[in-house]
Design a protein around this ligand. Structure first.
Ligand SMILES: *Cc1c(COP(=O)(O)O)cnc(C)c1O
Length: 384
């Protein structure tokens, strides 16, 4: 990713900033478009991974739909030009205003996560004299075998409709006069690299579909969510996920009904590798058994290491001396403010330029102003 020409240009900018490689994004989108079309699958981009305006534009231009988890994300998707009919809206805590906004704008589906939410959607859509399109987000009770903070499909997670509530929904279907249940939705977690997990998901979905066959519902959509992981360890060797291998699991193991379209919601896989956080070394200092590299970027720009021990490859772009081991940390007043511990880097000095890789997803969107830090800035590959 970093040619000496690019490094020289990056070095002229004040740090820290997010650098987005729009060419890599484009190659990713092409690959995803070809793969999804080959399997006849519909892909929604999960906005929460990155809502940068130019990135959203590119994704929309490729004809993908949008997956939103807040009313503001639905609004953003509409503003950027995603067709309402390609927008889905999940989330365990949709407010009345968010639900009304979604119904008013005719989005494709509200992905409902509880019995009570279903009752509220029904009541609101009745008041609006409408019939709201709803998919049931079911909790499949499945272990995604990823970090505990990013599993969402286990019984103990807050996400999705539980087995207990599903029973009472199915018993009381006649109550929901202003809802059209159009599909089933699942999303079991994020950064899933073991594709067998998705095969298990298919098996659970197949069993649930058999159960649903007894009820008078026209389920025309199956939404299998997102969660496809990326290679944080080898961003240059594996810049684009193996979408074919991913879709193939579903083609082999999912048994959709003849009328059903298959939807996915990918976030991380699409945008993670196109971003790098570029930062400068403010100080190097020695501890008892450690050498600290202190950067001008911190957890305020990238919280993944602090929040879920997320690994990011760290590179010194301006030194090629023999390597040493460092703890790479930020300036924020929190011990969790680190990017990597025991990191091998070429001998590092004040002023060196550092790249933290694979930060295009769940990076800039989670930035904060804690310690009254300046907002994270962005530089695009075609503007440098
Ligand atoms: C976060 C989320 C996604 C995207 O997850 P990735 O791991 O980024 O692919 C998809 N669907 C829902 C409902 C989500 O909450």
């Amino acid at each position: 990713m970093f040619t000496s020409d690019l490094i020289e240009k990056l070095n002229q900018h004040s740090t820290p900033f997010y650098y987005y490689d729009l060419d890599l994004l484009e190659r990713n989108l092409q690959t995803l478009q070809e793969a999804s079309q080959a399997y006849g699958y519909k892909v929604h981009y999960a906005l929460k991974a990155n809502v940068d305006e130019r990135i959203l534009q590119r994704i929309r231009e490729y004809g993908f739909g949008a997956d939103c988890v807040s009313g503001n994300e639905v609004r953003k998707a509409l503003e950027v030009g995603f067709p309402a009919s390609d927008i889905v809206f999940a989330g365990v805590g949709k407010t009345d205003q968010e639900i009304q906004f979604a119904i008013r704008n005719n989005i494709h589906s509200l992905n409902c996560e509880s019995l009570q939410e279903l009752e509220v959607i029904n009541a609101l859509s009745q008041q609006m004299n409408r019939v709201a399109p709803v998919s049931l987000r079911l909790n499949p009770g499945l272990d995604a075998r990823t970090h505990q903070y990013i599993t969402t499909g286990l019984e103990g997670n807050k996400f999705g409709i539980s087995q207990v509530e599903l029973e009472s929904i199915l018993k009381n279907l006649h109550q929901f006069t202003h809802i059209n249940i159009i599909g089933l939705h699942f999303h079991i977690g994020s950064q899933i690299t073991d594709l067998e997990v998705f095969r298990e998901l298919c098996q659970v979905v197949n069993a649930i579909q058999e159960k649903f066959a007894a009820y008078p519902l026209q389920l025309s959509h199956l939404n299998l969510g997102g969660g496809l992981g990326i290679d944080y360890y080898h961003p240059d060797e594996n810049p684009i996920p193996d979408y074919h291998a991913f879709f193939q699991v579903f083609q082999e193991s999912l048994k959709p009904l003849p009328q059903q379209t298959i939807h996915f919601e990918l976030g991380r896989a699409v945008v993670a590798q196109c971003g790098a956080l570029i930062s400068r070394v403010t100080y190097v200092k020695r501890g008892l058994n450690t050498r600290f590299v202190i950067l001008d970027a911190g957890m305020t720009e990238l919280i993944r290491p602090a929040l879920y021990h997320g690994y990011h490859k760290i590179q010194n772009l301006t030194s090629s001396e023999p390597s040493r081991v460092y703890d790479v940390v930020g300036p924020v007043c929190e011990s969790a403010d680190f990017f990597g511990k025991g990191v091998e880097l070429p001998e590092t000095r004040r002023g060196d330029l550092i790249a933290i890789r694979s930060v295009g997803a769940y990076g800039q969107v989670m930035a904060s102003r804690y310690n009254l830090r300046d907002p994270a800035r962005v530089i695009y590959s075609d503007q440098i």
